[in-house]
Write a protein that binds this ligand. Structure first.
Ligand code: GLN
Length: 491
């Protein structure tokens, strides 16, 4: 049998459904691959060998009993360590949650189990999903399989690196400002941020609750759509979950794969398609836009004048929400507790715990957010940022009157070397320049590989109106039908 680790999720599922491979064989092949390469890649924080094999055996038993299998039954999946899975260590890349084994499954994990997928383990991430390189993980960085001296993006670098290293065919990420799409772009894989509220936040360790969105990562657009459909949809346990069915993303990906975009209007965001990106990124993006035109799409220039304020507005809103959400890590309820020797006050123990448990970037965000929310500054910072958010939403609304989807490069630059952007926080924040507007608006966005620049992957971002996630899958699959999937050098 051919090497299953090189196959798509769709191919693996059909091998299992037809009985040509068992789910246990497929799982073992991926566990072997992890054992072979992950000491170099470090995509995983925890590999759940027993849990994975048990889930795989259950799928094989179901098939043997003649029960119907879902479209992803037996397919391995890697889950970003921001989502709880019952009894499985969940750290969020932070020392403050070291050793915590949550007593419940997040909705996403529950749906992954219900779909018969096999959870291989938990993937590395920037601490509390704050970062763009995984260098802020308290457990050491992840390497980009294209060049192990470079970052795999962040915060979900572990999930995307696991795909590019053929350790898993599917992965889950979470996107607050770009953390699914940016790692997808720089690892040459696909990453989709669903409409906010289209996927459940129940059991997702909160960073910025009005922005956090879990979503699918894969090596092909169709695989991402299948995963999206499996995890998406209304969840009564998340108060911001949208009570509507998942948009028809799988059907749209299949339509797009035919390579016909006749009648589709692509809005080229003028503010993002010229300056602001590396020349190699702009060149790959422009070539991809030409390719989309050849498929029948019409390209119109759209202007979104307030997108330039998205980054500063995000760095007020996200830290503000984070300062509130992270107050719960107090050394009493979860994980780490420092200095509790019987002689210290509760306040001292909290302070020592938070000082030891949080890394510098998380502390920076908490301080920024606390400042932005403090009385006297609230209107000038947080209130002002909320107004900008409204203006950005209006820009999207106006642009979607002219075009079906908007397009831009996903990131301004390709994967950068470790250490090259850690000295100045602003340089790191710039990695999400093009992805953040979508989060502030709440719509969906996908990154699909569109070529290489100096041998490193470039991603094209497709943004759609809220709950029109299907549109971005159609265009993404059409692009993939011309570009193909990108294959990194052998590890
Ligand atoms: N890089 C951005 C940040 O650090 C986005 C993170 C994310 O999407 N989780 O906030």
């Amino acid at each position: 049998m051919a090497d299953v680790t090189r196959m798509t999720a769709t191919e693996i599922a059909s091998l299992i459904a037809s009985g040509e491979a068992s789910a246990v064989e497929v799982t073992r092949a991926h566990l072997d691959r992890i054992a072979e390469v992950d000491d170099r890649v470090h995509a995983f924080l925890h590999v759940d060998t027993d849990g994975a094999l048990e889930a795989a055996r259950a799928v094989d038993a179901k098939r043997a009993a003649g029960e119907r299998l879902g479209p992803l039954a037996g397919v391995p999946v890697a889950v970003k360590d921001v989502l709880t899975a019952k009894g499985v260590p969940t750290t969020v890349g932070s020392k403050i949650l070291e050793g915590w084994r949550p007593p419940y499954d997040s909705t996403i994990v529950q749906r992954l189990r219900a779909a018969g997928t096999v959870m291989l383990g938990k993937t590395n991430m920037d601490e509390f999903a704050m970062g763009s390189s995984t260098e802020y993980s308290a457990y050491g960085p992840t390497g980009n399989p294209w060049d192990l001296g470079r970052i795999p993006g962040g915060s979900g670098g572990g999930s995307s690196a696991a795909l590019a290293a053929y350790e898993a065919p599917l992965a889950i990420g979470s996107d607050t400002g770009g953390s699914i799409r940016q790692p997808g772009a720089v690892t040459g894989t696909v990453g989709a941020k669903p409409t906010y509220g289209g996927t459940s936040r129940y059991g997702l360790v909160a960073f910025s609750s009005s922005l956090d969105t879990p979503g699918p990562c894969a090596r092909t657009v169709l695989d991402a759509a299948l995963l999206h459909e499996a995890i998406g949809g209304h969840d009564p346990r998340d108060s911001t979950s949208i009570p509507a069915p998942v948009p028809e993303v799988v059907a749209a990906a299949r339509v797009g794969a035919s390579g016909d975009l006749t009648g589709v209007k692509l809005g080229l965001v003028s503010e993002f398609s010229g300056e602001g990106a590396e020349p190699g990124v702009t060149a790959a993006f422009r070539d991809a836009v030409d390719a989309l035109t050849k498929l029948g799409a019409e390209v119109v220039e759209v202007s979104c004048p307030h997108f330039q304020y998205a980054l500063p507005a995000y760095y007020l809103i996200a830290p503000s929400e984070c300062s509130s959400n992270l107050a719960r890590f107090d050394g009493v309820r979860f994980g780490l507790r420092v200095g509790d020797d019987g002689n210290r006050s509760l306040e001292e123990v909290m302070s020592l715990t938070r000082d030891a448990g949080f890394g510098p970037e998380v502390k920076r965000r908490i301080m920024l957010g606390t400042y932005a929310l403090s009385s006297g500054y609230y209107d000038a910072y947080y209130g002002q940022a909320q107004k900008v958010r409204t203006l950005i939403t209006r820009d999207f609304a106006a642009a979607f009157e002219q075009a079906d989807v908007l397009i831009s490069p996903t990131t301004p630059f390709v994967a950068f070397p470790f250490g090259s952007r850690t000295a100045d926080p602003y340089q790191m924040y710039l990695a999400d320049l093009f992805t953040i507007p979508t989060n502030l608006y709440g719509g969906p966005g996908i990154s699909v590989p569109c070529g290489l620049s100096e041998g490193l992957p470039v991603g094209l971002q497709i943004m759609a109106p809220t709950m029109a996630d299907d549109r971005m899958y159609r265009v993404g699959a059409a692009l993939e039908s011309v570009i193909g999937t990108l294959t990194p050098p052998e590890l």
